[in-house]
Design a protein around this ligand. Structure first.
Ligand code: GLV
Ligand code: MN
Ligand code: MN
Length: 422
C-alpha cells in the first residue's frame, strides 16, 4: 500500500494487532523471569541489557532511526509528512526486583505496536512519531526514580546521574558503559511536540469502579529519604535493656511512625518503609546500624511538606529516646505534576468516542511522563490493574483491557500528530 496522501487520517477504524502486542510482552518477559510469572530486570544489569537489545532490534526491524543518549535513553523515530519535533510515546523497560511484566514494558511495546500498525496500513502522520524507553525509571537500584527522563529534560545532569551508587556499590556510569548503552546523543534531549505514556494503573481505582480507561491528570509528589541510624552493637545476652542503643529498634519505630504520619494526615497521604538493612544483622548482636528507606507521596505539595516535617520531628524524638544518631539523605524529591489539560481532554474524548468508559484520575506511581511534562504537553492513558497489584509478579491486566488502552494510545497519537491547518 502506498502512503496515504490525505493527512486527515480517519481514526475510526484503526486498531492495533493485539496478538502481536501480547506476543512481544511475553517475549520481553522471558528476559529475567522470576517465580510467580514476574520479571526482575533492575536497571543497567545484564538482563536490562538483554531486554534493551531485544527492543532495539524490534525498533530497527521497523525501520526506525534509533538514537541512544549519554544516559542510555533510547529513542526510535519514524518519519512524518513533515519534519520537526515528533509526537513521542514510551516508558521504561527496567523493573523492580519483584516486578510484573506490564509496568513500563506495556507503554514501550504499545508505542512500537502503534507505529507498526500505521506502517502496515501505509499511513504516514503529519508529524513524525517516536517511541522511547528511558533509563532507570524504577530507581530500585539507583535513586532517584525516573533518572533517565529527568536527565532528558535537564532536571539532573548526566554527570551527577553517572556518579550515583547503588546499595551494592555499583555505579551508574560504570554499569552503563559495561552494558554498552552510553550513547553518543547529547542529553538533555530535544523536546518532542507532545508526549503520551500508556501504563497500567498499578492501583485499584479503575477495577473497583469498573472503568476501562484512566485519563491521567497528573502525578502525585514523591519524597524519598534514606535514614541512617547509628547505635552501638553489643552482646544480645549480656547487655541490659537500659544500656542499649539499638539501631534495629529505631528502624522498626521509623516504620511505625511513617504509618502513623500517613494515617494522621489522611487524604491522599501514603507512606512506606520498603527497606531496612541492619548491620551486622546477626541473631545475637544488638544492631549497630540501620539504613531505612522512607517513601512519602501526596497529590498536595503542602501536605507532603507537612508529612516531611512530621517525619523529621519523629526522627529527632527517636534518636533522643534511644541514644542513637540519626542522619538523613534525600534520594528523590519531585513535586506533584499537573498534565496538560488539552492532552488529558484528548485522551478522555478519544476513549469516549470508542465507547469506552473513562475516568479522570491522578497517578499514584511515578512515571517518565511526569518529567516530560516539563518540556512539552503531556498526558497518560491508564488501564485497570487486577486487584490493584503492582511491583509484584502477580501484576495482571486482562488482554482485552491492554488492547483497548493501546487503541486509545494509537488514536491519541495520530490526532496529536495531525497538523490542523484550518
Ligand atoms: C516508580 O515507578 C515509582 O512510582 O516508585
Ligand atoms: Mn512504570
Ligand atoms: Mn514501577
Amino acid at each position: 500500500m502506498s502512503p496515504t496522501t490525505n493527512h486527515r487520517i480517519d481514526v475510526s477504524g484503526l486498531e492495533v494487532n493485539g496478538e502481536r502486542l501480547m506476543r512481544r510482552l511475553r517475549e520481553l518477559a522471558e528476559i529475567g523471569p522470576i517465580d510467580g510469572g514476574g520479571v526482575s530486570r533492575l536497571a543497567l544489569t545484564d538482563v536490562d541489557k538483554e531486554g534493551r537489545d531485544l527492543v532495539v532490534t524490534w525498533m530497527r526491524d521497523l525501520g526506525l532511526e534509533v538514537s541512544i543518549d549519554s544516559i542510555g535513553n533510547v529513542v526510535a523515530a519514524g518519519r512524518g509528512r513533515t519534519d520537526g519535533p515528533p509526537v513521542m510515546t514510551g516508558s521504561h523497560i527496567d523493573t523492580v526486583a519483584t516486578g510484573g511484566i506490564y509496568d513500563g514494558n506495556l507503554g514501550v511495546l504499545s508505542g512500537l505496536e502503534v507505529i507498526e500498525t500505521l506502517a502496515e496500513r501505509g499511513i504516514v502522520t503529519d508529524r513524525p512519531l517516536a517511541v522511547a524507553f528511558f533509563t532507570n525509571e524504577e530507581g530500585a537500584r539507583f535513586p532517584p526514580d525516573m533518572m533517565g527522563s529527568l536527565c532528558y529534560v535537564g532536571g539532573m545532569t548526566v554527570e551527577e546521574a553517572m556518579s550515583t551508587a547503588s546499595a551494592d556499590g555499583a555505579v551508574v556510569g560504570d554499569e552503563l558503559e559495561r552494558i554498552g548503552y552510553r550513547g553518543p546523543m547529547p542529553c538533555p534531549g530535544p523536546a518532542p511536540h507532545a508526549f503520551v505514556e500508556y501504563h497500567i494503573e498499578q492501583g485499584p481505582v479503575l477495577e473497583e469502579e469498573d472503568v476501562a480507561i484512566g485519563a491521567v491528570e497528573g502525578v502525585q509528589g514523591i519524597s524519598w529519604t534514606e535514614v541512617t541510624v547509628q547505635g552501638q552493637s553489643n552482646h544480645a545476652g549480656t547487655t541490659p535493656m537500659r544500656l542499649r542503643r539499638d539501631a534495629g529498634l529505631v528502624a522498626g519505630e521509623v516504620a511505625v511512625a511513617v504509618r502513623r504520619i500517613a494515617q494522621e494526615l489522611g487524604g491522599d497521604q501514603v507512606g512506606t518503609v520498603g527497606s531496612i538493612r541492619l548491620h551486622p544483622s546477626l541473631v545475637n548482636v544488638v544492631a549497630a546500624r540501620a539504613v531505612v528507606t522512607v517513601d512519602l507521596r501526596n497529590t498536595d505539595e503542602q501536605a507532603l511538606q507537612e508529612a516531611e516535617r512530621r517525619l523529621a520531628a519523629e526522627l529527632d524524638r527517636l534518636a533522643e529516646a534511644e541514644g542513637v544518631t540519626v542522619t538523613t539523605r534525600s534520594t528523590a524529591r519531585f513535586e506533584p505534576v499537573v498534565f496538560d489539560p488539552a492532552v488529558v481532554d484528548l485522551v478522555a474524548a478519544t476513549a469516549a468516542d470508542m465507547g469506552l468508559s473513562v475516568r479522570r484520575m491522578p497517578s499514584g506511581a511515578g512515571h517518565d511522563a511526569q518529567m516530560m511534562a516539563r518540556v512539552c504537553p503531556t498526558g497518560m492513558v491508564f488501564v485497570p490493574s487486577v486487584k490493584g497489584i503492582s511491583h509484584n509478579p502477580a501484576e495482571y491486566t486482562e488482554p482485552e483491557d491492554l488492547v483497548a488502552g493501546a487503541n486509545v494510545l494509537l488514536r491519541t497519537l495520530v490526532k496529536l500528530a495531525t497538523i490542523d491547518d484550518e
